[in-house]
Design a protein. Structure first.
Length: 403
């Protein structure tokens, strides 16, 4: 019965996961689902208070090999996994203290508020150029033509990626994020590792004022990032620093097209762009659930015991529509204040790139409204295809007309 009531793993649910999470939050807010492929138990959390509790409780951790007894950890370790993937997996999202603490302190040096703010003119320039190409077109794809290329160009610039390799970065991202045949994934990883290795060696030979150069030189209490950590960090920046922004721009644009009163209000009062971005993040954010965490011991949350070794999946989308925290949570209101959403997570794994994502989203949406006054949806909402990932919440395409 519950699998029918809460079909959380179904592909069809990705178009409207909020409907499933709303039922879950009302009826069984801490819900154990069995993964259809793995057979593992996944505990979904849908109340705001419980989600924040899990995200801040370090008894729920990321490094399964270190946090669980070998017999339990063995369930999740794939002996036949290609070693090539090790080069992209040792990043902040997969580590606990003290490794996470050390890496975050080092990486933070490359993401100071000053460095992020200095990107504003370049992001504006990219947005203007992309939108100019879209103006007056009867058929366009807002994802392919705008939401996808904008952040990939920004992150490529930040990392010092040569312009001719931007398309390769996009290709590698799609293959590794949204699943493909293993041979394609292995090839993508090997190509990525080779290219980034060359970039790192370039930064070691000569000083360049980009983020990769800062990461190569970053030092804290005598510690530096080793080559594997650098490689994984570049991958994380490529994926987390790019795909979430794609979804923020895409989902946010769809919300405005579905709520013409709010779009008209934002056009009339552009100073509302910042609360509008926060409401887009709350109402239909770019991340559905967090990455996997494991219960490193039996932990009681909300009166429910999560057994040691089980996986927990706090739902950010569900938490952000919890009526216990948000008035009229099903209403999209760009003037909402206060707005305590947790679209970027909470606790020690709070998104390091949140200021950059906000800046990119703000510039992208505001410039789009200015440059595309006739922007309209060019398909039925029910026909939109959503990515199949339970982690990243976004569309494969958003057909629009701008003429």
């Amino acid at each position: 019965m519950s699998e029918t009531l809460y079909p959380v793993f179904d592909r069809a649910t990705r178009a409207n996961p909020q409907a499933v999470y709303a039922r879950m939050r009302e009826q069984q807010p801490i819900y154990p689902a069995v993964g259809p492929g793995s057979g593992h138990t996944f505990w979904f959390f849908t109340r705001y208070e419980d989600v924040v509790t899990v995200l801040k409780d370090q008894r729920f951790g990321k490094d399964v090999k270190r946090g669980l007894p070998p017999a339990l950890a063995q369930r999740y370790i794939f002996e036949d996994e290609n070693p090539a993937f090790e080069a992209i997996n040792r990043h902040l999202l997969n580590l606990d203290a003290p490794d996470h603490t050390r890496l975050r302190a080092l990486v933070h040096k490359a993401f100071t508020p000053r460095m992020v703010q200095e990107l504003q003119p370049r992001i504006q320039q990219i947005a203007e150029a992309l939108l100019k190409d879209m103006q007056g077109r009867r058929e366009a794809d807002l994802i392919e033509d705008f939401a996808f290329p904008l952040p990939i160009i920004v992150i490529a610039d930040m990392l010092g990626v040569h312009p001719e390799y931007r398309d390769k970065f996009r290709e590698w991202t799609k293959i590794l994020l949204f699943g493909d045949a293993e041979d394609k994934a292995v090839t993508a990883v090997m190509e990525f590792v080779q290219y980034v290795s060359d970039l790192i060696e370039e930064r070691e030979r000569e000083h360049k004022p980009d983020v990769l150069g800062e990461l190569v030189r970053a030092e804290e209490a005598g510690q530096r990032l080793d080559r594997l950590e650098l490689m994984a960090m570049v991958f994380l920046l490529l994926v987390a620093g790019h795909e979430t922004t794609v979804n923020l721009i895409g989902n946010g644009t769809l919300l405005l097209l579905q709520h013409p009163d709010q779009m008209a209000l934002l056009r009339a009062r552009p100073e509302l762009i910042r609360p509008a971005i926060e409401e887009m993040l709350r109402y239909n954010g770019p991340v559905e659930t967090t990455t996997w965490r494991w219960a490193f011991e039996d932990v009681t949350v909300g009166g429910v015991v999560i057994p040691q070794g089980d996986i927990v999946l706090p739902s950010l989308l569900a938490a952000n529509r919890d009526p216990a925290v948000f008035d009229n949570p099903e209403v999209f209101d760009i003037t909402r204040d206060p707005n305590r959403h947790i679209a970027f997570g909470a606790g020690v794994h709070y998104c390091l790139g949140a200021p950059l994502a906000r800046l990119e989203g703000t510039i992208a949406i505001q410039t789009m409204l200015e440059r595309l006054p006739r922007l309209a949806l060019n398909t039925d909402v029910a026909a939109l295809e959503w990515n199949e990932s339970l982690l990243l919440h976004g569309m494969k395409a958003l057909p629009v007309t701008t003429g």
